[in-house]
Design a protein around this ligand. Structure first.
Ligand SMILES: *Cc1c(COP(=O)(O)O)cnc(C)c1O
Length: 370
């Protein structure tokens, strides 16, 4: 008799649904016999600009060092981030993507008998990280698809160790303002860690979104998580960071893999921080593309959730899977979000002007046919 290793896994792991990523271009090309060049992927909130040339040069220069282990302390990148945010390097944790940070937090503070609080329609990695550690998910109903911070604060009990909030949230694009964050942080008990996931915050500059960094000195139980995957255009390299109290960073440092961020990612992230022009162009393209998609949706009579990210959730008011399938058949990849309890929506990442137009043209055809 062979062992049933699924039955032998942690009970919470047995209940866990694996993360479903956006469909890769190459995969759809194989399935449809299409040229990858003819496929538009607006499914993973990737930066449509392609990597900064500055970053590519830095990576090329680092290649001869590939036989060596990376600097496991991430000294140079931390120094740069510390200067940028006016914090001590000891407050910084680097991650293999910011998903790594979320996982480290779960491993350090979650376990069977403990729970994590997060919102309905929140990022899929929160339940995955929580269940992987045997802890319980306390999913709080959303308010118009957005985090209901009052209800989330009320959902915290004596077994809660972590609260995950995202501003803006993915896949909804919804956000909360300074007053809401202030009032929430005041209600959270000092022994509960608040993970403020700001993966898209660079797109929300000069908006009504609070800057998590401004709250760190007042709230030692706050951790702000950010990434180089989105506005900095480095999703493939996997590099993110957290800023928190030194104590929290020290705990994360105990559980992280010694070389969790690779050397190319480290040099690329440093170069990316210097490339202000790239960030500015990313923001501009995003603002224009968001307007373009909203205008297109309006003309098609579709509703959507206003978004502060680099993506937008559009509502078809009926199951969207057939529309998604029809888009795929025309070489357009967007993201179904039925797994986020949003079966009538599709999430569309903001692309280049031409990519957005191609998506809108194909969508128009698909809707006219139906
Ligand atoms: C994309 C995203 C991240 C970033 O993931 P990385 O691991 O840094 O690539 C984190 N949180 C949310 C909500 C996201 O959408």
């Amino acid at each position: 008799m062979s062992c049933d290793f699924l039955a032998a896994a942690l009970p919470s792991v047995q209940k866990l649904s694996p993360y479903v990523p956006g469909k890769p271009v190459e995969e759809l090309a194989r399935e449809l016999g299409l040229n990858p060049e003819d496929i538009v992927k607006l499914a993973s909130n990737e930066n449509p600009l392609g990597p900064s040339t500055h970053v590519c040069t830095a990576i090329a220069e680092a290649l001869p060092e590939l036989t060596r282990y990376p600097d496991g302390s991430g000294f140079a990148l931390k120094a740069k981030l510390a200067e940028r945010y006016n914090v001590d390097p000891a407050q910084i944790t680097l991650g293999n993507g910011s998903n790594d940070i979320l996982d480290l937090v779960a491993r350090a503070w979650l376990a069977p008998g403990r729970n994590a609080v997060f919102s309905a329609h929140a990022f899929a990695v929160y339940p995955i990280a929580t269940l992987a550690c045997g802890a319980e998910c306390r999913e709080v109903p959303a308010k118009n698809y957005a985090h209901d911070l009052e209800a989330m604060a009320a959902a915290i009990d004596e077994n809660t160790r972590v609260v995950f909030i995202a501003n803006p949230n993915n896949p909804t694009g919804t956000w909360f303002d300074q007053n809401a964050l202030n009032s929430f942080l005041r209600q959270v008990p000092a022994e509960v860690l608040v993970i403020l996931d700001e993966a898209y915050i660079e797109y929300a500059a000069d908006s009504d979104l609070p800057d998590g960094m401004d709250y760190l000195s007042r709230y030692p139980n706050l951790l702000v998580s950010r990434t180089f995957s989105k506005a900095y255009g480095l999703a493939a390299l996997r590099v993110g960071y957290a800023i928190s109290s030194k104590t929290v960073a020290g705990v994360l440092n105990r559980v992280r893999q010694p070389f969790n961020v690779n050397s190319l990612a480290l040099v690329a992230a440093q170069a990316a921080l210097d490339d202000e022009d790239y960030l500015e162009r990313s923001r501009l393209l995003n603002t224009q593309g968001m307007q373009q998609l909203e205008e297109g949706f309006k003309q098609l009579g579709l509703s959507w959730l206003p978004s502060r990210g680099n993506f937008i959730a559009v509502n078809f008011q009926r199951d969207a899977s057939a529309i998604n399938q029809a888009l795929l058949e025309q070489g357009v990849i967007v993201r179904p979000v039925a797994g986020y309890a949003m079966p009538t929506f599709l999430r569309v990442s903001i692309g280049t002007q031409a990519e957005n137009q191609r998506f809108l043209d194909v969508l128009t055809q698909v809707l006219n046919r139906a």
